[in-house]
Design a binder for this molecule. Structure first.
Ligand code: PLP
Length: 457
């Protein structure tokens, strides 16, 4: 009863992110009511394993009492403090210091945002300011990677390379350029890692030279492409991209919104790759989704250039909620959980997840399994040799999502027929095994879809 009225109110009033309004109205909302660890419960009392940690964000898992207490205590003591007028509060200062200590290299300065999109947006503004401060305002062109996702702000959505974020919005802007994705499974140069790296290096070089090396401000890249279908580059790819940027004096920006905070194993994926970006963005696992927060990390030289360029003038960029004390208190507590055992558990569970998913390669519909740590994907095909994608008529984004849901699993189901996994780092062995078993069940049922049968023939 209560659920019915909520579904109706939702239909009438709540706009959902990245949705077809019409489809959503037809399907209606599924209301979640509670969660604990890696499991969520819906309004009908169904318990599901959250194999996607909300939206790849609840890395620490649900119901962590120390986090809840830290937020409550901060709200009681000081729910808000602005960072304007040289004011501040203990939690954001401590969190910035803790992050600087753990971030790769000299990324020693942190600007807090409310999430990933405004972190990306802030980065674009800081980069612009940087080149103005350097006396090179004509360096205003940005390059990103096909299949990349850099959020949904007016500027960032144009660096994102997914058509739904461009069509009807007049994007991308002319200063936003792309190079091809590394997409190992479907790369035209084949699957050899070195060949893929060489091709990307050549393409990035050619792109920079075509735009004009003195016009390119920055290269924006995810260490692993998330929303594009969990595309894992060959080891060494990101370092090779970093080296090209260094060679041309182009700023290198790593978007660790998904990969940060233990998702791929360590706190930051860049550390594992042995690279230090000039700037880095993070969000999601930073507060494990308990409250909103994102961050821009700036290296010493970027910070110093902005500082020297502005002198006594204010740098006109800031939000009311930058460095929100409650979010920062949560961030500190979540960090303590990661370092108190969750990163370690995530590494173990990630290896188990990958082994389990690799075991699905014997299934007639599984063309590719890829991932790193607790970030993984299974790509479905109807012909392994030809790598034929599932027919669009199967509507993987909804039908396969629904099927997983019916079997007690939340998994991202991309429209191109890819399952995405990003379970909380607190998962138990049993939960990881259930994620894999339930996936196999969904695959088996999908074999019986008439469109799939037809395509398999
Ligand atoms: N950058 C990356 C790599 C992301 O995956 C996302 C969100 O999924 C964003 C930026 C945007 O973050 P948010 O949704 O918090 O605005």
């Amino acid at each position: 009863m209560l659920t019915n009225s909520l579904v109706e109110l939702d239909r009438q009033h709540l706009i959902h992110p990245v949705s077809s309004f019409q489809d959503h109205e037809a399907r209606g909302v599924r209301v979640l009511t509670s969660a604990k660890g890696a499991r969520v419960t819906d309004a009908e009392g169904r318990e599901l394993i959250d194999g996607f940690a909300g939206l790849w964000c609840v890395n620490a898992g649900y119901g962590q009492e120390t986090v809840i207490e830290a937020a409550t205590e901060q709200m009681r003591r000081l729910p808000y403090a602005t960072g304007y007028f040289d004011l501040g509060a203990e939690a954001p200062i401590k969190l910035a210091a803790a992050l600087a200590e753990r971030a790769p290299g000299d990324l020693n300065h942190v600007y807090f945002t409310l999430g990933g999109s405004d972190a990306v947006d802030s980065t674009i503004r800081f980069v612009r300011y940087y080149w103005h401060a350097k006396g090179q305002p004509e360096r205003d062109q940005f390059i990103s990677v096909e299949n990349g996702y850099h959020g949904s702000s007016s500027l960032g959505a144009g660096l994102t390379a997914l058509s739904a974020f461009h069509d009807g919005f007049g994007l991308p802007y002319p200063w936003q350029h792309k190079i091809s994705s590394h997409y190992v499974y479907r790369n035209p140069v084949g699957t050899d890692p070195q060949a893929i790296i060489d091709a990307s290096v050549a393409e990035l070089r050619a792109k920079i030279e075509a735009i004009g090396a003195d016009k390119v401000a920055a290269f924006y890249v995810e260490p692993i492409q998330g929303s594009g279908g969990v595309l894992v580059p060959p080891r060494g790819w990101i370092k090779a991209m970093r080296d090209v940027c260094t060679e041309y004096g182009v700023l290198f920006i790593a978007d660790e919104v998904i990969t940060g905070f233990g998702r791929t194993g360590p706190l930051f994926a860049c550390s594992e790759e042995g690279i230090v970006p000039d700037l880095m963005t993070a969000a999601k696992g930073l507060t494990s989704g308990y409250v909103p927060m994102g961050a821009v990390f700036m290296s010493d030289h970027v910070y110093q250039t902005l500082s020297d360029g502005a002198g006594a003038k204010a740098i006109g960029h800031g939000f009311t909620y930058s460095g929100h004390p409650v979010s920062a208190a949560v961030g500190l507590e979540v960090l303590a959980l990661y370092e108190g055992g969750l990163l370690e558990n995530g590494e173990k569970m990630g290896a188990r997840l990958m082994a389990g998913l690799n075991g699905l390669m014997d299934h007639p519909l599984v063309g590719d399994v890829r991932g790193r740590g607790m970030l993984a994907a299974v790509e479905l095909v109807t012909d392994k040799e030809a790598k034929t994608p599932l027919p669009a008529s199967v509507q993987p984004a909804t039908r396969l999502f629904d099927r997983a849901w019916e079997h007690g699993l939340i998994v991202r189901s991309f429209a191109q027929g890819i399952f995405g996994y990003a379970p909380p780092l607190c998962c138990t062995e049993e939960e990881i095994d259930q994620i894999v078993e339930r996936t196999r069940k969904v695959l088996d049922l999908t074999l019986d879809d008439p469109e799939v049968r037809e395509a398999l023939r």
